[in-house]
Ligand binder design. Structure first.
Ligand SMILES: O=c1[nH]c(=O)n([C@H]2C[C@H](O)[C@@H](COP(=O)(O)O)O2)cc1CO
Length: 143
């Protein structure tokens, strides 16, 4: 089963939280294992009693374990930017998802990534995002 590190804004701007929640459910219904369901919870890990260092170490472990990073990038997040860079430099496949009406506000440094393991996907609905993710992961042979 493909292991997905799903990255989404937490202390960043949570403008696509509903879409992210729906997408996580769709990914699981379609046989992907989502390692990071904490990113779609209302309460931040630090407010649940984890130290910042524990959050960092847990997330690095999960990033190393994942087959693929899927990042919701429609709204800004320092943490998601860090996770994208880390996964790219580790040679993982990275799929960044941006809502069609948010493309123009996306950082040039993300929009312009030319690394072969990076894919930017525009979507209008979580269903459309899922179809495009399945297409990318199947054709890439990620297992
Ligand atoms: O409580 C947390 N737990 C956690 O795992 N993260 C990680 C996973 C998310 O994909 C990413 C979100 O970063 P940020 O909080 O800067 O928006 O950072 C971030 C926070 C809050 O900063």
């Amino acid at each position: 089963m493909k292991k997905v590190y799903f990255a989404a804004p937490m202390r960043g701007v949570r403008g696509a939280l509903n879409e992210s929640r729906e997408l996580v459910k769709l990914m699981e219904d379609n046989g992907l294992m989502v390692l990071t369901k904490h990113v779609i919870e209302d309460v931040l890990d630090n407010d649940k009693g984890m130290s910042h260092q524990e959050v960092f170490e847990r997330d690095i472990r999960l990033l190393d374990e994942a087959d693929i990073l899927i990042a919701e990038v429609s709204y800004p997040s320092l943490g998601v930017g860090f996770e994208i860079a880390y996964a790219l430099l580790k040679g993982k496949t990275v799929v960044a998802l941006v809502k069609k009406d948010r493309v123009e506000s996306l950082s040039s440094l993300i929009r312009g990534i030319t690394m072969k393991n990076f894919h930017l996907i525009e979507y209008s609905s979580p269903n459309e995002a899922l179809e495009k993710i399945l297409d990318k992961t199947a054709r890439r042979g990620v297992s």
